[in-house]
Design a protein around this ligand. Structure first.
Ligand SMILES: Cc1cc2nc3c(=O)[nH]c(=O)nc-3n(C[C@H](O)[C@H](O)[C@H](O)COP(=O)(O)O)c2cc1C
Length: 177
């Protein structure tokens, strides 16, 4: 499963600047969605894309501001297409962009709604500069009862198109392929 956002996002190669001066590009398919597609292709497994009931803004700066508010409030943003049973699955790959060095709060909504007993959780992220940050640590704490949290896969969002080999390599190393 994964969350990924379309719209303005960080891209160091771009000459376009957001109101706060960050280099941005407009994505029509989110970076994490591209990576999730590679992983699903390699594993031949179903995918589930979280959608926010109140979609995040198109604007990069406004999304950053909303995420700060949600972190301060320890929010659980509502998922419009909830999935509340992992029955039948022994491994769940959880994918997201890195937001403020962690997972977007909506991932926590998903985690809280599910029972991870006996499940292996494999984290994958895309990021701009900071790498995987606190994401695996957050899952360690939040996915109560999980069998194990594997090492994560972290791909720079700017290079995600073309990361199929890295995705395959990670799945192999985690014993998932
Ligand atoms: C609200 C917000 C916060 C972000 N915070 C970080 C961060 O702390 N570190 C980082 O490397 N990238 C950060 N980014 C950049 C995204 O992680 C990166 O562009 C990612 O590939 C976007 O994935 P997506 O297209 O699937 O949403 C942030 C982006 C947004 C919108």
């Amino acid at each position: 499963m994964f969350y990924s956002r379309v719209g303005e996002n960080y891209d160091s190669r771009s000459s376009t600047r957001s109101a706060t001066g960050r280099p941005i590009t407009t994505l029509t398919v989110g970076n994490t969605e591209v990576l999730a597609g590679y992983l699903a292709e390699l594993l031949n497994c179903p995918t589930y894309k979280l959608e926010a009931a109140a979609p995040y803004p198109e604007s990069y700066d406004e999304t950053v501001a909303r995420n700060v508010r949600e972190l301060n409030e320890d929010a659980r943003p509502v998922i419009s297409n909830p999935l509340t049973s992992l029955e039948g699955y022994s491994t769940v790959l959880i994918g997201c962009p890195v937001w403020a060095q962690g997972a977007p709060r909506i991932i926590r909504t998903f985690i809280d709604a599910n029972d991870f007993r006996g499940i292996t959780v494999a984290p994958f992220v895309t990021y701009a500069v900071s790498g995987i940050g606190s994401v695996p640590r957050e899952y360690q704490q939040a996915c109560r009862g999980a069998d194990r949290i594997t090492d994560g896969l972290a791909i720079n969002g700017e290079n995600v198109r073309g990361s199929l080999d890295q995705a395959a390599d990670w799945l192999g190393r985690m014993g998932l392929l």
